[in-house]
Design a protein around this ligand. Sequence first.
Ligand code: DMJ
Length: 478
Amino acid sequence: MIAPARSPRAPSLVLGFLAAAALLSACDAPEPPASLPPRTPVELRRTARAARNLPTDTAFASEVRAAFLHAWTGYEEHAWGHDALRPLTRGWRDWYDTTLVMTPVDAYDTMLLMGLDAEAERAKELILERLSFDHDMAVQVFEVNIRILGGLLSAYQMDGDRRWLSLATDLADRLLPAFASPTGLPYVRVNLRTGAVEGNENNPAEIGTLTLEFGLLSDLTGDRRYYDAVKGAVSRLFAQRSSLGLVGSVIDVENGDWLDLDSHARGGIDSYYEYLLKAWLLFGDEDFRAMWEASRDALNTHVAHEVDGRFWYGQVDMLTGERTGTRFGALDAFLPAVLALGGDLDRAARLEESVGFMWETFGVEPESFDYTTMEIVRPAYPLRPEAIESAYYLFVLTGDERWREMGKDMFHRVVAATRVDAGFAHLGDVRTGEKDDAMESFFLAETLKYAWLLANPSALDFDAVVFNTEAHPLRSVP
Ligand code: DMJ
């Protein structure tokens, strides 16, 4: 379907010749498949709107700001220019052979929202000086998309500097070859310089969580190739759903065959659902609305699970609906936010109550536990944001202070359990408090951003943005 030829555009060209380049790309690109109707971006269509005039919790806000500064100072002192801080050994980590300056790109919009102008300026200088995508290395399309492309696009929409858009376009052009499979479903990894692809066994989350970033780039550049590639992939994935309306965990992008029939809303599928809803909201594309509503209904019918009065989402076989597992954990806690954004405040609240129960039971949430036995399956806590993110959504959408209190309590538990001298450290085991030498960039991009917005909801107009799955606020292009 999409012929993903990489554009040779240099950043400087984009500044002056964006319109001409877009025209050229449009001429080079094949006709979009007939199944992709023309699309007109519209204003955000909210099914649920933020409560008005929510007060700031000043004391909470200064605690979150102090935590952010502590984490950022650790990065500046020990990992400057690299992807991530190693907070225990005061070192750094790069994901690939060359840095993608991941923590600053991921953290930049949080700094702007917190009013940390000096830190933001230093981060921006570093990124613009060091960040280049012209490297002979294979990267994971999903992670680079949500953290780097998402970060660049939100930076552009927040401060208006077109150098962000230039970087974003260069990156997306280098990621496009990932869609050159026989089905249009993207491969897992792509070489940024050569366009060589790797990994034909992909999952719905990694396939479906490209839509907002690529789609918005189409709107910003006028080049439809990005939108058509992601919509084509998501439409194909949706078409592979079972008669129950469910998707599995692993699919072969070369032939569309399911390789793992386990269906759930956890890591591996989670943000596929999230982006169906958010693509509809951001782009006003009714096809995404239809895919979201059908998927949500299937999830609520077959995957939701009431046990002893508590509400969870577990695992089932995508073909039969037979229950295959009763595990839940930190990543699953994204779902109350998505349900709330989709207007289902009742299920959202019930599930977030279960999330709160998970924190009370274990002190800090584990990666995975069995909700029928309350036994931990995977005991780590890598500074994840989802539970606080959902508390934020419920707070802004209902105005009910109990959600802010719940999120604040989670934030306090995280700080107490993970703060070390040079930053914040992952927990290897929430039972023992044993720490791992890592501080993921999403701690600054997401966990602390959602905590900040929970404390200070007027810092951002919730109704004017759609957060990508890495908490980068994106705005639709009129
Ligand atoms: C982030 O990179 C994103 O939120 C993603 O959707 C899931 N994993 C991490 C946070 O837990």
